[in-house]
Design a protein around this ligand. Structure first.
Ligand code: ATP
Length: 505
């Protein structure tokens, strides 16, 4: 019923969704011989990548395109099939051999990406899954560093540990931020990582998902804070002057804008000009004036030495939470957005308070720091600068990084609770396999002893996948292997020599 109405709507709009983009041409090819012949003649050779993630209609389309001549190559890895939840059929790999008996299978078994140790760990892990095609991957690169498992008391400490480890490792190895990737199972895991990176002034790029500062609710509150510390910021003014609605419409703003232009002052300053009332009706004047007073008072409040109170009061006074509930698609979405605001509030209050490493900041300093962070992020999006990469395991497919952190490697997260419930952990194991095989040189896993979930603190257990790894290749932080005297001296020497190099520069 719902689907029928959806289909009707799509037709009325003359629109196609992503699935239709495959389905329609497939139907066209299937039912019209003329079209089929034309395309089969036109496409002489066909190459399909990530073949294990094709769904039924994609495979059908491939067959219709290649026809009898069957001149095509597909590249795929059944161990990297991680999209069955959206219809991918890794069985298509097997079907291919049946549908095209002349198919020639070429195994690409040499891995040029990862150290032998990383590859061995990946192979041993994935051997726990059933296989149709066996492959024996090998690497001729160095054996490499052991894989490391780091523990943290909770999720905040986990984020901080990852960041501290990156800082330490980068310092010792004189690497680049862009050499590091942090991979997680779900997008929600990125927020604390972003925060830890930001407070340590480490540039990062978040792929997929919306980064913290790009979220509308964060931009809104940042708009308010920017205006409070710099009332001449016209961009911030325009973003929030009527958000939530306070009866300041476009025509009022246009007149205010013209007036400010003529006087060469900011729109905010224009509110307090005595002759503005010649240009605007009394109701508009009064709304603007009220808004202006509110911003000025908030600024005064912050300057009187109570910036935390001032920010809290601001968020309450504008009824931002109600605004979120009115404008979000669901109560849950509003809740999520409000959570982001609480997070921003927490960042701001912590920066105002300072800690053992950072002096307390004033509100203008905090806003400048956050704005810089946001600008840095946007600039480097254009330039692809030197940044730590953050993304989900799914999004990391096809990519590679010298140093990889996989975070939250715990039961219920990886493997995900839903896959444990459905007794389908094989796909999660493939996801872990994809993550591990992104690493070229070094790989860390992190996990928490406790984690807050749905308002409760839960004890965490290491992921079964960690236990399936070859334990000779893994160093668990809490079970420190005895380092020999010689190894200790070697590490010491390596650290000292790289420190020396650094000072030489
Ligand atoms: N013959 C080769 N000699 C040297 N380096 C190679 C060779 N083939 C591939 N590489 C390097 O190995 C790395 C992995 O290659 P590529 O990304 O093509 O692998 P892939 O099979 O698509 O991996 P995955 O599916 O796991 O993402 C790249 O850095 C690539 O430059």
């Amino acid at each position: 019923m719902l689907y029928q109405r959806y289909a009707q709507h799509m037709k009325a709009y003359n629109a196609l969704d992503f699935d239709d983009l495959i389905l329609m041409p497939t139907l066209l090819l299937r039912h019209y011989e003329e079209v089929r012949t034309r395309w089969q003649t036109k496409i002489q050779y066909l190459l399909v990548d990530e073949y294990q993630d094709t769904n039924t209609s994609q495979y059908e389309m491939v067959k219709l395109l290649v026809g009898e001549r069957a001149r095509f190559t597909v590249v795929g890895d059944d161990d990297q099939s991680i999209y069955s939840w959206r219809g991918a059929k890794p069985q298509n790999l097997v079907l291919l051999g049946k549908d095209f008996p002349q198919l020639k299978l070429i195994k690409l078994e040499q891995n040029y990406r990862s150290s032998q140790r990383i590859l061995r760990a990946a192979n041993i892990l994935i051997a726990n899954n059933p296989h149709v095609y066996d492959k024996a991957l090998f690497s001729e690169l160095a054996y490499g560093e052991p894989l490391r498992v780091l523990f943290a008391a909770n999720e905040e400490q986990e984020a901080e540990r990852v960041v501290a480890e990156i800082v330490r490792h980068k310092f010792v190895g004189r690497t680049q931020f862009g050499n590091y990737a942090i991979l997680y199972r779900g997008n929600h895991q990125s927020r604390l990582l972003e925060r830890a990176l930001m407070t340590n002034r480490i540039p990062y790029k978040l792929s997929g998902g919306t980064s913290f500062f790009a979220r509308a609710e964060i931009k809104d509150i940042m708009g308010y804070l920017k205006l409070v510390v710099n009332p001449d910021d016209d961009n911030a003014f325009l973003r929030i002057v009527n958000l939530p609605k306070r009866g300041i419409g476009p025509s009022t703003l246009e007149r205010l804008g013209n007036f400010a232009n003529e006087k060469h002052i900011s729109m905010f300053a224009a509110i307090f000009e005595p002759d503005l009332n010649h240009h605007l009706p009394p109701a508009a004047m009064s709304s603007l004036y009220q808004f202006g007073r509110f911003i000025v008072e908030t600024g005064d409040h912050a300057q009187r030495g109570e910036p935390v109170e001032a920010v809290k009061h601001l968020i309450r006074k504008i009824n931002y939470e109600d605004y979120l509930y009115e404008t979000s698609t669901s109560a849950k979405a509003a809740e999520m957005r409000m959570k982001n605001i609480s997070e921003l509030y927490r960042w701001v209050t912590e920066m105002l308070a300072g800690d053992e490493l950072d002096e307390p900041m004033t509100l203008p300093e905090v806003v400048t720091r956050l704005t810089l962070r946001d600008m840095m992020e946007r600039n480097s999006e254009d330039e692809g600068g030197d940044q730590v990469q953050l993304m989900t395991l799914h999004a990391s497919k096809g990519l590679e990084f010298p140093f990889v952190f996989m975070v939250g490697v715990e039961e219920r997260i990886l493997p995900h609770q839903s896959s444990i419930d459905e007794d389908n952990v094989d796909e999660e194991r493939r996801l872990a396999y994809v993550g591990i095989t992104r690493a070229q040189r070094e790989l860390w896993f992190t996990l928490c002893r406790e984690r807050r979930q749905f308002g409760e603190t839960m004890r965490c257990e290491p992921s079964r996948f960690l236990l399936e790894l070859p334990q000779d290749d893994v160093v668990w932080e809490n079970r420190k292997q005895q380092q020999t005297e010689q190894e200790r001296m070697q590490t010491g020497r390596a650290n000292i020599s790289s420190l020396r190099d650094m000072f030489k520069k």
